[in-house]
Design a protein around this ligand. Structure first.
Ligand SMILES: Nc1nc2c(ncn2[C@@H]2O[C@H](COP(=O)(O)OP(=O)(O)OP(=O)(O)O)[C@@H](O)[C@H]2O)c(=O)[nH]1
Ligand SMILES: [Mg+2]
Length: 405
């Protein structure tokens, strides 16, 4: 066990001065006046820095389900999960002049999250600490076991280890410190983290680094879906997407019949997963085939993509040439300022979710989140679990993770 304090210095000096906190405080919401009890215990977590937004949403679910279950026990009723702010995400390239960590309320409906699990934003606990810096009692740095299948078996296990290193940045705050660090090799269910926490019952602020390592206790279970349903997007993102659908895609319904949608993941996928993604020509062929087979009356295709403009132009032109109308959500600069890259991506996801038919990208978590949303909206699963195939070679169809109500 190591005893020391970490004070991170980064080129971005963020502190939780009163002004910063108020920047995120919406007076209409209760969160401003949130009352933090003395005997409350807080669990924080962080995710491997290169991981994207959509895997992070799944990591949240693992922790939120653990907290929701823990609340059923009398001695754990006062535990809260601290939502790690969105900070410095690899895919979010638009320069945000404020460089501030973004709270969850920017993207999600906080009331709905709170109805499922006891969650608080990080900025909400700062005033509680009464000190210039916020000291976390214990940081558990989770690590994988070197061999997941020791003796040919995947066992649930954890083990205190000696050497490790925190590769995060405490979301850019340079006045967050930790008193003790424990390195832990960990494999298996998220709820096993409670065993670790119980080793030190007097800790009030406990953090886990590499929150992506623990797995869902029961992937696809009812509690999984209850949690997933609670992850409603913020009202302003939903309103923006609905306005777009009504003005451009002629639909005001939950389940639209007027357009099909695709998630065409490119960038790192087109480079590193060549055998999983089609060429532009191949994409056009697959869209046309799906429409002719399932929705021959549909002419409108909504495209969500992270592709370069030149690729998108070619895709649009080739679809136009065979008679389709192509739609993209193109944010104005004020939309981009207001919603940020994360919000723009969510608007794309919402519009894809409501389409009559959806084709996604193999093994993209961005696509997975759209598929879940469509399950919640009640679409037939054959309109949802479809993927783009490579031009040649094998093409396994996606697993159907259908909703459990
Ligand atoms: N606006 C928009 N952004 C996208 C789209 N596709 C990908 N992105 C961006 O790229 C990120 C995708 O990264 P992840 O969330 O990690 O999902 P993924 O890379 O598809 O899946 P992993 O293989 O698990 O990493 C999103 O969070 C967006 O920022 C898209 O269709 N529209
Ligand atoms: Mg990714």
């Amino acid at each position: 066990m190591l005893f020391f304090s970490l004070l991170l210095t980064s080129c971005l000096v963020l502190t939780f001065a009163e002004d910063d906190l108020q920047g995120y405080c919406d007076a209409k919401h209760q969160s401003c006046n949130i009352h933090l009890e003395e005997d409350e215990k807080y669990i924080l977590y962080d995710v491997n820095p290169p991981e994207g937004f959509n895997l992070r949403r799944d990591v949240y679910m693992r922790f939120a389900i653990m907290m929701s279950e823990a609340q059923k026990h009398e001695n754990m009723k006062n535990w809260k999960l601290v939502l790690p702010p969105w900070y410095n995400l690899y895919h979010w390239k638009t320069v945000d002049s404020s460089h501030k960590p973004v709270p969850w309320s920017m993207f999600f409906d906080m009331e709905s999250l709170r109805n499922f699990a006891p969650v608080v934003e990080l900025y909400e606990i700062f005033p509680k600490t009464k000190r210039k810096h916020f000291e976390i009692n214990r940081l558990y740095i989770l690590q994988n076991f070197p061999d997941a299948f020791e003796n040919g078996i995947f066992d649930d296990k954890w083990e205190i280890d000696k050497d490790c290193h925190y590769s995060g940045s405490f979301w850019g705050y340079n006045n967050i410190t930790v008193k003790e660090i424990d390195c832990v090799k960990f494999q298996g269910r998220t709820s096993m983290l409670l065993e670790l926490i119980s080793l030190h019952p007097s800790d009030k602020y406990v953090m886990f680094a590499h929150g992506e390592i623990p797995l869902h206790d029961y992937y696809g279970s009812k509690s999984f879906w209850d949690c997933r349903k609670s992850m409603k997007f913020s009202k302003k993102l939903i309103d923006k997407a609905r306005k777009y659908m009504s003005e451009n895609l002629n639909c005001i319904d939950e389940r639209c019949s007027t357009y099909i949608s695709i998630h065409w993941r490119r960038q790192d996928f087109a480079r590193a997963r060549r055998k999983d993604v089609p060429s532009i020509k191949g994409t056009v062929r697959q869209i046309d085939k799906a429409i002719k087979k399932y929705h021959p009356h549909i002419l409108d295709v909504f495209i969500a993509s992270d592709a370069q403009n030149s690729e998108l132009e070619q895709l649009e032109n080739q679809l136009n040439d065979i008679g389709y109308r192509v739609h993209f959500y193109l944010p104005s600069s004020s939309d981009l300022q207001e919603f940020k890259d994360g919000g723009i991506a969510i608007i794309d996801q919402i519009i894809c979710s409501h389409a009559a038919f959806f084709i996604g990208t193999h093994e993209s978590t961005f696509t997975f989140r759209i598929q879940e949303e469509r399950e919640i909206l009640g679409f037939e699963s054959n309109t949802t679990f479809n993927r783009f195939c490579p031009d040649t070679g094998k093409c396994e169809q996606p697993s159907k993770w259908t909703i459990v109500n």
